[in-house]
Design a protein around this ligand. Structure first.
Ligand code: ZN
Length: 270
């Protein structure tokens, strides 16, 4: 599933080919995504210049003077830029043709993504009530500590709550808690400010490192021969349950927490 680093990498991958471009045509081949693509999307988008490509949480926003195209990649979606005559692939649900002749294609086998239209200045319900971006200054140990007061629930689901901070998916929550030495099932309200400060440093670090790694895949976003390869990463705990801890060599524990796979070290995380 595309996580925040993959969505940011997608933004950076398609940006040079889309920003400043005028939309010539919008071809909707399959409107039935998580929510139906609005019928009037082609009418609204055609003729508009894409003034900026922004990311908020895991949403991409293609801004124009007439409004913004909101895209979510769902579980299996991808966007890529086609610069030649590559044929459409199965699951290429939307094609946006630009004045340059390049085309932006949205592919989504499972169709859990979405493509919606926002009027200028409209804050869509999907975007309202979201917490700060994890790589912004607003995301700090102080913020987590303040938001956690009185919370008895475990810290890991708290960290993955988009109302607290956006874009900390399961993989990154596992990794950051390991690096910060915090047990995923510790009650959020019982963690000190100093430990939350350490945790925010590690959240920023794991996300930044994944985005940097994604930078090496940017050229995969251009070309018709398949979808962008979302990048494999060096992970310390996620997917390594039962294998030795990279710090102390004891076997890592794997449990379900909030229905999500959770891996941690009983010795290194407290
Ligand atoms: Zn350990």
């Amino acid at each position: 599933m595309p996580e925040l680093p993959e969505v940011e990498t997608t933004r950076r991958g398609v940006l040079p080919w889309t920003e400043g471009q005028r939309v010539l045509a919008v071809d909707i081949r399959e409107p039935r995504l998580r929510w139906p693509i609005p019928d009037d999307l082609p009418q609204r988008l055609c003729g508009q210049h894409i003034t900026a490509v922004e990311r908020r949480a895991k949403y991409l926003l293609f801004h124009t003077a007439a409004g913004s195209l909101l895209v979510h990649l769902g579980m299996s979606g991808s966007l890529r830029v086609i610069r030649d005559n590559s044929p459409l692939l199965r699951h290429d649900h939307v094609q946006i043709t630009l004045a340059s002749g390049d085309r932006l294609r949205y592919n989504d086998p499972r169709r859990f993504g979405c493509m919606l239209w926002l009027a200028p200045g409209e804050c869509h319900p999907l975007l309202s009530g979201l917490g700060p971006e994890p790589l912004s200054e607003a995301f700090s140990g102080e913020l987590l500590h303040a938001r956690a007061r009185g919370r008895r629930g475990a810290v890991k689901p708290f960290l993955m709550d988009g109302k607290v901070v956006v874009g900390v998916g399961n993989i990154y929550a596992n990794e950051a808690l390991f690096l910060a030495g915090i047990r995923p099932d510790r009650p959020a309200g019982k963690i000190s400010l100093a430990r939350y400060q350490r945790l925010t440093v590690h959240v920023k670090q794991v996300l930044t490192s994944a985005i940097t790694q994604g930078g090496t895949t940017l050229r995969d976003f251009v070309g018709g021969d398949g979808k962008p390869g979302y990048f494999a990463q060096q992970l310390a705990v996620y997917g390594r349950g039962g294998r030795p801890c990279t710090r102390c060599a004891r076997p890592l524990q794997e449990v379900r927490l909030g229905q999500r796979s959770t891996v941690y070290c009983v010795a290194c995380q407290r």
